[in-house]
Design a protein. Structure first.
Length: 276
């Protein structure tokens, strides 16, 4: 009887419809005329986030389909694409499956000239006024921005492309992008840490992203973060650095070079940047 009940349970489970999954798409920055790879990743939506292979992912601009690809054993799908307009291009990845369901994933492409100015900014405890651990359990509507951060970045976005370079894992991409939009932050590519496939050191990971950007663009000019490791990554790549150090990090402030500005608020950042 128990065996029969167990068999019935698995049969009902198999008929319960598509399983829930998460689709993540990766923002890009490119030069005019540069072909790129549009990429997305499919994972199970549970505590394990297993990679899902052999599922179709379509890439779209509005309702125009740009192409599709199957996910590989790492859950990743990609197609070759060449943007044809300068500025910001809003695309999305869509799961095309009978087995899984997942919301579409936004994908932002920024095409810029080599001499376009860029500003790099961290997220946790820099523009999000909540610890990374608590952020996992709070709803977006309850997570406040750091005072002055949205307004300052909106103003700076008139002169710079804002790039969000975060130590958050890419599984948090949908939540993070929705939070940025809901709190009035300017649009900009968001680069996430994938601790299984990128350096375990956040400083090394950020340094590699900045080096990659620096090989294409001449004016990666300003970095804003909240840790000594942010400052090291920024200064290693020639950025003017503003660091909002917390109490614990301030104990290590003596390790910073003289070119790093340790500040207490976004108002201080405004006073310096907008006065020059």
């Amino acid at each position: 009887m128990k065996v029969g009940m167990l068999l019935l349970f698995f049969l009902l489970l198999g008929c319960a419809g598509p399983r829930q999954a998460q689709l993540t798409a990766y923002d890009q920055i490119c030069l005019p005329g540069e072909p790129i790879s549009l990429q997305a990743k499919l994972e199970t939506k549970d505590c394990f986030h297993f990679d899902v292979k052999n599922e179709k992912i379509g890439f779209y601009q509005g309702e125009k389909k740009l192409g599709q690809a199957l996910t590989n054993k790492q859950g990743r799908a990609q197609i070759k694409y060449q943007p044809n307009q300068e500025g910001f291009l809003k695309l999305e990845a869509r799961l095309e499956s009978q087995k899984y369901q997942a919301p579409s994933a936004p994908l932002l492409v920024r095409m810029a000239n080599p001499d376009s100015p860029f500003l790099i900014v961290d997220i946790d405890n820099t523009i999000s006024d909540l610890s990374p651990i608590l952020m996992l359990f709070w709803e977006n509507a309850d997570i406040p921005p750091v005072p002055g951060a949205p307004e300052t970045l909106q103003r700076l976005s008139q002169d710079y492309t804002i790039v969000y370079l975060t130590g958050r894992d890419d599984v948090l991409a949908p939540k993070t992008k929705a939070w940025l939009a809901a709190n009035g932050f300017p649009q900009g590519p968001v680069f996430f840490w994938d601790f299984l496939r990128t350096p375990l050191s956040k400083q090394k990971y950020k340094n590699e992203v900045l080096q990659t950007l620096g090989r294409k663009f001449q004016l990666i000019q300003i970095g804003i973060g909240n840790s000594v490791s942010d400052a090291f990554a920024y200064t290693a790549n020639g950025l003017q650095s503003f660091i909002l150090l917390g109490k614990e990090e301030k104990k290590r402030a003596q390790k910073l070079s003289r070119g790093v500005r340790v500040v207490n608020s976004w108002q201080e950042i405004q006073q310096f940047l907008f006065a020059n």
